[in-house]
Write a protein of this length. Structure first.
Length: 516
């Protein structure tokens, strides 16, 4: 079977499992169980592949006995955890839990013990931050699974059996991340069906590709890629694909405020074979308790922060002294934190880096504090490009968003504006970008060529004259939809019509005269 066919078949089957098992439960509320068990199978098989060299068929007791020789059990387990990031005894591996799951009256307990064991063996070691609390949302006692223990176990067994039957091939044969592919497919479908709440943590793949290509353009090697509102990690991973992991020297960095989404992001990273040493995803409020201040020099920043979210703003007088916000001299409005994320990203950007950020259109033209922040960004020559995209590209919203590209090493003070609102394939519920659309936008971004009705390089003076309004429509002339009238042709036609009228009138006059 060809790879594309194998992937399509896997996606069809895995969504069928997810849909069948959830029953009447909303898919959004059930996602952590299907995603969690898919991840559980993945880490089990990776661990098995590593351990089979030393312990191919042994039971827990035999493994412990082998490890305990000369008192080396603790050292051997610690060595495995340092190498692979985790350890489980054979009985807790996915294959052994899944094989008799439908007969196991203690299935929910056994699953919890397996997940607890992962945390136990990483405690105090470098991979602890990656695995701690990773299965916190996998609540085996939740009423979503059923009202009785038997009902809960029946549903869990159905997921285990369904995931076990999926053919991912052998781990060593995975040239493409089939597990990661399946996980991203599930997240995408859950997000599409969840509407607005789904769109908050998942950026559509085509938009992710466009954002990362803009931020990565012209770079072959970077120190790291950072997303201050990383959601499920899709943007970070897209950057990793473009650069290839070997060219990301320090790895992936992200912060996420939602605990469930934070866990999804960590799983997503590991499923895409990101080594735990390069997986730097943290839980917390980026605006109020930012991580990575000790690094703060990222070559690539990509982000799709929440639109117009509320934050404490001026109610916290210490924030105006924060090095991220102080240079602008004003804080983003309390009801619209968009520019707080932009200023945060700018502060974390290296002198040779680029940041590509999805923005709500209102921040580009509203007055007050947001106008003052735009003035700061423009006066200091940090804005490279603003790109207006089509509407309905994101799940749960019909608005047309913009991409703001920031840079600290621009060659001129001009700002490029691109009207890409017509670059899409129209769909019933959502529009989408094709590879050709993405290529064209990136090509225009890179060349800075002016194209009538599409791109414009606006001078600093013209932007100042427009009171720092950065709306694309302010600078890119819209193409007229009115019919172009050829005056000469109309006049010629009019002359012909008049001549014909005169000829007919003459004929009528002649007929009348004949009968007089």
């Amino acid at each position: 079977m060809l790879f594309m066919e194998q992937r399509a078949e896997l996606q069809r089957k895995i969504w069928q499992i997810a849909d069948n098992v959830r029953g009447s439960i909303d898919g959004w509320d059930f996602k952590q169980y299907v995603l969690g068990i898919l991840f559980y199978r993945f880490i089990s098989e990776h661990l098995m592949d590593y351990m089979e060299k030393d312990y191919p068929t042994q039971t827990d007791e035999e493994v412990i006995e082998i490890m305990s020789k000369n008192g080396q059990q603790h050292e051997i387990i610690e060595d495995i955890v340092k190498t692979k990031g985790l350890f489980m005894y054979p009985s807790k591996l996915f294959c052994n839990i899944a094989k008799d799951a439908h007969k196991n009256s203690n299935l929910n307990v056994d699953l919890k013990e397996a997940f607890d064991q992962i945390e136990k063996f990483t405690a105090g070691l470098p991979s602890e931050r990656v695995f701690k609390g990773l299965f916190a949302d996998f609540d085996v006692t939740s009423s979503r699974l059923g009202s009785t223990a038997a009902e809960k176990n029946k549903r869990l067994a159905a997921i285990l059996q369904g995931i076990a039957e999926l053919n991912f091939g052998k781990i060593e044969d995975h040239k493409i991340d089939l597990f990661g592919d399946a996980y991203e497919f599930l997240i995408s479908n859950y997000a599409a069906n969840a509407g607005k709440s789904g769109g908050e943590y998942f950026t559509p793949p085509q938009v992710s590709q466009l954002l990362t290509r803009l931020a990565v353009h012209g770079k072959e090697k970077v120190n790291a890629v950072y997303d201050p509102a990383c959601g499920s990690g899709s943007l970070l991973l897209q950057a990793g694909k473009l650069l290839q992991k070997k060219n990301l020297l320090d790895g992936f960095f992200g912060q996420e405020i939602n605990p469930t989404t934070y866990n999804l992001a960590r799983m997503n990273m590991l499923l895409h074979k990101v080594d735990y040493t390069k997986c730097n995803i943290y839980l917390g409020d980026t605006l109020l308790k930012p991580e990575f201040r000790h690094i703060k020099e990222f070559d690539v920043i990509v982000s799709n922060p929440p639109y117009s979210v509320k934050w404490v703003g001026e109610d916290d007088p210490t924030l105006i002294g924060d090095e991220r916000f102080a240079p602008a001299g004003v804080l983003a409005p309390k009801n619209n934190a968009d520019f707080a994320f932009v200023l945060h990203a700018l502060n974390y950007l290296s002198e040779t880096g680029k940041a590509a950020i999805v923005c709500f259109p209102g921040i580009l033209y509203r007055v007050g504090a947001e106008q003052k922040i735009r003035k700061y960004l423009v006066d200091n020559n940090y804005v490279e490009s603003i790109i207006s995209l089509s509407d309905k590209l994101f799940f749960g919203t019909s608005i047309s968003v913009n991409i703001l590209v920031l840079s600290k090493n621009k060659k001129t003070k001009d700002i490029q504006f691109i009207n890409a609102s017509e670059f899409c394939v129209k769909g019933k519920n959502n529009n989408s970008l094709t590879d050709e659309h993405i290529d064209k936008i990136v090509e225009m971004f890179a060349s800075k060529e002016e194209i009538q009705y599409v791109t414009k390089n606006a001078s600093y003076e013209s932007i100042v004259a427009n009171d720092y309004d950065l709306s694309v429509g302010k600078y890119v002339e819209p193409k007229s939809t009115r019919e172009v009238i050829d005056i000469d042709a109309v006049n010629k036609e009019l002359v012909e019509v008049v001549a014909e009228v005169n000829r007919l009138r003459a004929e009528v006059d002649a007929l009348i005269a004949k009968f007089k």
